[in-house]
Design a protein around this ligand. Structure first.
Ligand SMILES: [Zn+2]
Length: 338
């Protein structure tokens, strides 16, 4: 079962639980009302039997009977409303209880996903992404360009500010075309220039549109690959690996020192390569130069990246240092590793 189908399956089971819990509330309310106003129980029984008569008359095509029964049912229902009100209950106290009245807790309206279903899906995607804490604050809307200088540094044609604006536009385009064009991104730049923040912006935007995103630092990826290779019988290791292999976007943040293990380097290549073959996008951020990628990982990894990734380079001052000088904590930009 694909990662997305697994999540949908879990959500459908959540709806089952919601319906069961709401039915229980309804039953308890009924018991409470019947105990206090036994007459309402009688009326409910009458309504049930007249409804059966009404159904029979409809099937028999007896219009005069239908009209009479309709009148009776209306009378019983208004009597019930009056008794409920007199006993101090709300008019809708015995109505079906729905957490989402729009879809009546089915998750669907006319075969389309209800808003509540989409919200659940997004929540699951966040939970599965390994980036629950960062994403709410780090998104395209909170990207702070004021950390970037407009002075063109030596050896560059664009100022850090003009460059980051281009980088953000390119990232937005990556998100915008995500379902139409298969592509991968390599974001390079020194420590503290905002690489992680940009990764989080992309992740947030894609999760909001219902895509599964998995975020891994190099260390976490190392751990996941190791567990998959050396703990074959551990189902958790297997499902972690499945998430890495099958998510819509895999983010590997802060690729750096390499795995220092030929078996894990081979596994790493396998992940990148399989994602390319199955046309699932990968986003890598690193402060390494291409030559270092070859040295720290392998020539094969480098060749896949060169052949199949679009490059974004970010440069400028270390934002964390700038923040220390200004004493500012305006947002989490570069608050993490990059
Ligand atoms: Zn709903």
């Amino acid at each position: 079962m694909s990662l997305m189908n697994q999540q949908i399956d879990v959500i459908l089971r959540e709806y089952d639980k919601i319906r069961t819990a709401n039915n229980r509330i309804m039953d308890l309310r009924k018991q409470e009302v019947y105990l206090r106003v036994p007459k309402i129980k009688e009326i409910d029984e009458q309504i049930a039997s007249e409804s059966v008569n009404w159904l029979t008359a409809s099937l028999d095509g007896a219009p005069s009977d239908i009209a009479v029964l309709k009148g009776k049912l209306a009378e019983l229902s208004s009597l019930k409303d009056r008794l409920l009100k007199e006993a101090g209950f709300a008019k809708d106290y015995l109505d079906p209880v729905y957490t989402c009245p729009e879809c009546k807790d089915t998750g669907f309206i006319d075969n389309q996903k209800c808003t509540c279903f989409r919200n659940k899906l997004i929540k699951h995607l966040y939970d599965g992404s390994n980036m629950k804490n960062a994403v709410p604050y780090e998104n395209f809307g909170t990207f702070d360009f004021s950390f970037y200088s407009d002075i063109v540094p030596e050896g560059k044609t664009l100022s850090p500010l003009a460059n980051i604006k281009k980088a953000v536009e390119k990232s937005k385009l990556f998100v915008h075309n995500f379902d139409k064009e298969f592509s991968n991104l390599l974001i390079t730049g020194n420590t503290g220039v905002g690489k992680t923040f940009l990764c989080n912006c992309i992740a947030k935007a894609l999760m909001e549109s219902g895509h599964s995103v998995v975020y891994q630092t190099e260390y976490e990826l190392f751990d996941s690959l190791k567990a998959n290779v050396f703990s074959k019988d551990d189902p958790e290791a297997g499902s972690r690996y499945d998430c890495i292999a099958e998510c819509d976007l895999l983010i590997i943040d802060d690729l750096g020192v390499g795995f220092n293990n030929s078996l894990l380097n081979a596994e790493f290549f396998k992940v990148l390569n399989e994602r390319l073959l199955t046309r699932r996008s990968t986003l890598i951020s690193t402060n390494l130069h291409l030559e270092d990628i070859k040295n720290n990982y392998s020539e094969r990894v480098l060749s896949r990246i060169i052949g199949s990734y679009d490059f974004i380079e970010i440069y400028g001052d270390d934002i964390r240092k700038l923040k220390k000088i200004s004493g500012g904590q305006s947002n989490g930009q570069a608050a993490g590793k990059n």
